[in-house]
Ligand binder design. Structure first.
Ligand code: FES
Length: 250
């Protein structure tokens, strides 16, 4: 059968548009929320006691930063560049926003396919470099999570500590499940059993594969999780809700 190019033409009978519509809506809400939350900066407190919103971790507030600019600006470029170049997210937003293609076996508007070989899409190939930076941020997030169990020299635990720990775990699973990370630890080898180093790499690759097999799930869990964590700490820091914890006060 001749290929039909008119947009949206398909022989599919299911509601193929539901998934790209939900994903597009979800991304849109997250971007709006992140932008508003980050830009409010000091006007909408982002830390309380031992808790610091993950959008601001690690907290960098240099003197040259104008008051109207949130310190989150110095942080968010890293996770955003990692997510926007992620192989899973590319597939998702190419479908939802560029309709290229809108779904499997559904005709797309583009007449030709040039892949990601031309500017600006060729920049997607920088994903592995975004990964290197994201790995550093996983360390920062775990540091922030562990720090949340200690306040004014006293060990304790609060709902915020648990949420920050779950957030660090979800973001770690998303990051180590990255296809580029899997290649980094186990790729470019002809023999896994040749040396003790290659055996170690194979074991690491097998562990990473556990997260990689559910990369889409971790992408969404960590995306929603980081938003919920940020919201919880903002609400607690601004007195909208009270954090339950073992410390006498903060
Ligand atoms: S492929 Fe998704 S984070 Fe690398």
């Amino acid at each position: 059968m001749a290929r039909q190019r008119r947009y949206g033409v398909t022989q599919r009978k299911d509601r193929w548009w539901v998934e790209p519509a939900l994903i597009g809506g979800g991304f849109f809400l997250f971007v709006i929320y992140t932008t508003v939350s980050a830009l409010l900066g000091d006007n909408w407190k982002f830390e309380i006691g031992p808790y610091l919103s993950p959008f601001f971790e690690p907290l960098i507030h240099p003197g040259w930063l104008p008051d109207w600019l949130s310190p989150a600006i110095l942080i968010l470029w890293a996770p955003l560049s990692f997510r926007t170049t992620c192989y899973y997210y590319r597939r998702a937003y190419y479908r939802s926003y560029f309709l290229s293609p809108p779904a499997c076996a559904v005709a797309e508007p583009a007449k030709r396919y040039s892949g990601e070989s031309k500017f600006p899409l060729v920049l997607q190939n920088a994903h592995r470099f975004a990964l290197y930076v994201a790995l550093i941020f996983v360390v920062f997030l775990w540091y922030g999570a562990l720090r949340s169990y200690r306040f004014e020299g006293e060990w304790g635990i609060g709902v915020g500590s648990v949420i920050l720990t779950a957030n660090a775990f979800a973001l770690m699973m998303y990051t180590v499940g990255c296809h580029s990370f899997r290649h980094l630890v186990g790729g470019s080898l002809d023999c896994y059993s040749c040396t003790s180093f290659t055996k170690l790499r194979h074991r690491t690759w097998s562990l990473v594969t556990v997260a990689n097999e559910h990369h889409r799930l971790w992408a969404w869990v960590s995306l929603i999780g980081v938003g919920v964590t940020d919201l919880y700490i903002h609400l607690a820091a601004n007195g909208v809700i009270t954090d339950l914890h073992t410390w006498s006060s903060f």
